[in-house]
Write a protein that binds this ligand. Structure first.
Ligand SMILES: [Zn+2]
Length: 467
């Protein structure tokens, strides 16, 4: 039985409420005698993060061969941000930005051994303080308790732990999204409204092992490559093998889409669709050999790893028009201010993101990303057709023009024309201003990282984070 919040069972008689009702009716009475608007009710919030979902994994983001009817249904019923960018290209750093509204160099969960510091406030902490029941269901330990992501949650469901003693195949530690949906439905059914549920599903993350029924292209391929780590990074893959591996990834996306659809249907059945903000996004994309033969994520800030879907649906609020598509660039740091603003809660000062339904989106906005992982230290700023990369250790800058064919592979020479020179100096100046803001970040005490528990380590090995 779903625990809807109603007046029933409160032990207050209607008669006792009459004076209050009279006052409220007087306050709401419209001068023209029209019907007064209903009192505001806090919306439920579902933040659904699909790990490793490129925006072009979805049909609603322009991929005609993608089979993602449920993600696309959300897109048709909500607002699609066509040019949404992750602020980092690996899980922990990016999800920390999604849940704090801060850039990685300010929330400090940026490097391999970092945890989210207690000093940083998360969306769940704000919502918990404002009367929400809060839950996190995570299938990736990088967004788990060990790395500080449990703060502000009443319930923490980590789906990568060993259930049985003895030898377990590493694939068994990766929980598929259908089980995530089951757990989400159980949780929603057991908690009072308003609730805030964050979900991190991990199907499209390598290894790519979709259930057979989603692997539509299986029969057409006669080669030997499969979606395991042993195969996807083999140096001898030809174009057919690579297409096969991308098809396996797309099949994982379809599978996750199906599980997501079951969750949407459940919100419908409970009658809470209109009262629930659903935000769908991903922590980063995935490279499939587009630039310098790279596959995977966390090694660059290319378009393939930073472009992600961002869709928001909230029918009742009246501020999220169904089917609207926004071309102006946005960032995942915008998620926290956007959700708080839609829930009519104050947005904390000092966040790096902005509320996307307040004011007109800015087509000339610059979007920022950074990576500080395994020896890669890169920051980027993307504005209009231009993208500037800063390789910090060498203090080297590279400028790209993305609206030209192959533009992301060819840095523009220093002595290029005046337009490129102007863009280079403008982007450098804006990037320097963002870097200067690092000085205002929280001061988390330097500490020794705790030893990683064996089950977390096993799950991270299964996902390829540990060799
Ligand atoms: Zn990830």
């Amino acid at each position: 039985m779903h625990a809807r919040r109603t007046g029933e069972g409160l032990g207050v008689s209607v008669a006792a409420l009459l004076p209050l009702l009279a006052v409220l009716l007087l306050q709401w009475g419209c001068r023209d005698g029209g019907v007064a608007p209903p009192p505001p009710r806090p919306p439920n919030i579902v933040l659904y993060i699909v790990d490793t979902l490129r925006s072009d994994g979805l049909a609603s983001y322009g991929n005609p061969s993608a089979s993602t009817p449920h993600f696309d249904r959300l897109a048709a019923e909500g607002v699609v941000f066509e040019n949404a960018y992750a602020n980092a290209s690996w899980t922990r750093a990016s999800i920390a930005t999604i849940v704090t509204g801060l850039y990685p160099s300010r929330h400090l969960a940026e490097r391999r051994a970092d945890s989210l510091p207690d000093e940083v406030e998360t969306l769940s902490e704000v919502l918990l303080r404002n009367g929400y029941t809060t839950g996190l269901i995570t299938t990736n330990p990088n967004a788990g308790r060990h790395f500080g992501f449990d703060v502000g949650f009443d319930s923490m469901i980590e789906l990568y732990r060993r259930n049985k003693p003895g030898r377990v195949h590493s694939f068994e530690l990766i929980t598929a999204s259908d089980r995530v949906t089951d757990r989400a439905m159980e949780w929603i059914g057991a908690v009072p409204e308003p609730f805030f549920l964050t979900i991190v599903s991990v199907d499209p993350h390598a290894p790519y092992r979709p259930p057979e029924r989603f692997d539509r292209a299986a029969g057409a391929y006669t080669g030997s490559a499969d979606g395991s780590f042993e195969h996807i990074d083999r140096p001898d893959l030809d174009a057919t093998d690579r297409r096969r591996i991308r098809a396996l990834y797309d099949a994982e996306v379809s599978f996750n889409d199906d599980s997501f659809g079951a969750l949407l249907a459940h919100l419908d059945e409970l009658g809470i669709r209109d009262d629930t903000i659903v935000a769908l996004t991903s922590d980063h994309g995935e490279e499939f050999w587009e630039i310098k033969g790279r596959r995977g994520h966390g090694r660059s800030l290319s378009e393939a790893v930073t472009r992600v879907p961002l869709v928001v649906r909230y029918p009742r609020g009246g501020r999220v028009p169904a089917g609207k598509r926004v071309a102006a660039p946005v960032e995942l740091a915008d998620v926290v201010p956007t959700i708080l603003d839609l829930a009519a809660l104050p947005v904390p000062a000092g966040l790096d993101g902005r509320a996307l339904f307040s004011g007109e989106p800015d087509p000339a906005r610059a979007v920022y990303a950074s990576l500080d992982l395994d020896g890669y230290r890169i920051r980027s700023l993307r504005k209009g057709p231009w993208k500037l990369l800063w390789y910090e250790p060498m203090n080297r800058f590279e400028l790209f023009r993305l609206d030209e064919p192959g533009g992301e592979e060819r840095p523009i020479p220093q002595n290029a024309g005046p337009q490129a020179r102007r863009a280079r100096s403008e982007l450098k100046r804006e990037l320097a201003a963002i870097v200067a803001r690092d000085a205002a970040r929280v001061e988390a005490p330097e500490g020794q990282p705790e030893a990683v528990p064996a089950d977390v380590e096993d799950a991270m090995r299964a996902l390829g984070y540990i060799e």
